[in-house]
Structure formats: C-alpha cells, structure tokens
Design a binder for this molecule. Structure first.
Ligand code: SF4
Length: 115
C-alpha cells in the first residue's frame, strides 16, 4: 500500500509517496536523498524526538524542558513518557544535564538552566 508523507527534514516539505515493494521500499517525490532516507525510515522503523516538561521538586512552580538527544522508536514514545513522569529533578540544573541515561538507545537531557 502506498503512503503519502510530508518530509519534515527541511522547510521545503516535499510530499513523498512511499511504498513497500517485494524487496525494497520505493520513495518518490523527494527533492534530495535525505527525503528518500526519511521516507524509508518512516515506513520501516519510524522514530521521533521526544520532548517533555518536568517539575523541579525544590523550586515550586518551576518546570524544566527536556528532550531526547536522538530520536527513539515511535512505538516507545508512550513508554518513555511514563518513565519521565517518575523522574524527580532537583535544581540547580544546567542545559544538557542527563535526566535519564538509557532511554531506548539515547539519553534524555535538559534543554535549559534552572538555578
Ligand atoms: S526531500 Fe529533501 S528537499 Fe524535500 S523536504 Fe525533505 S530534506 Fe527537504
């Protein structure tokens, strides 16, 4: 079955047609090779960068944004969100500080400073 996808790798936003054939994935509509790789990955093993906002336990009314350093498998996103809900962060926090070491093949890090 053919799927239509929008390539999200650059602002051009090419419309891709991707289809799993017998021995390969066919991608058309891409203006560059990055789009072809994106289309294949979306069909075979889609991944997403996960972002969240977590409370800082020793700073009332303060939250810190976090994100995965690399995209994680799409089917693991909800599981990762549940793991993050259990995390308790304590200030001071620096950007790039590790929040979760093993998040399905990558780390979760803070994206801002909390003093
Ligand atoms: S296929 Fe290439 S040019 Fe088109 S949106 Fe993706 S990255 Fe940009």
């Amino acid at each position: 079955m053919k799927r239509e996808l929008i390539c999200i790798l650059c602002p051009k936003g090419c419309t891709l047609q991707a289809e799993i054939l017998e021995t390969e994935v066919s991608v058309t509509g891409n203006a560059c090779l990055r789009g072809e790789r994106y289309g294949k990955e979306e069909l075979l093993a889609p991944k997403r960068t996960v972002t969240a906002v977590l409370p800082v336990s020793n700073r009332p009314d303060t939250a810190v944004s976090v994100k995965t350093e690399k995209p994680v498998p799409k089917e693991k996103v909800m599981e990762l969100m549940q793991l993050l809900q259990k995390e308790s962060l304590i200030a001071p926090l620096e950007p790039g500080q590790c929040v979760l070491e093993d998040a399905f093949g990558t780390r979760v890090i803070t994206t801002c400073r909390v003093l």
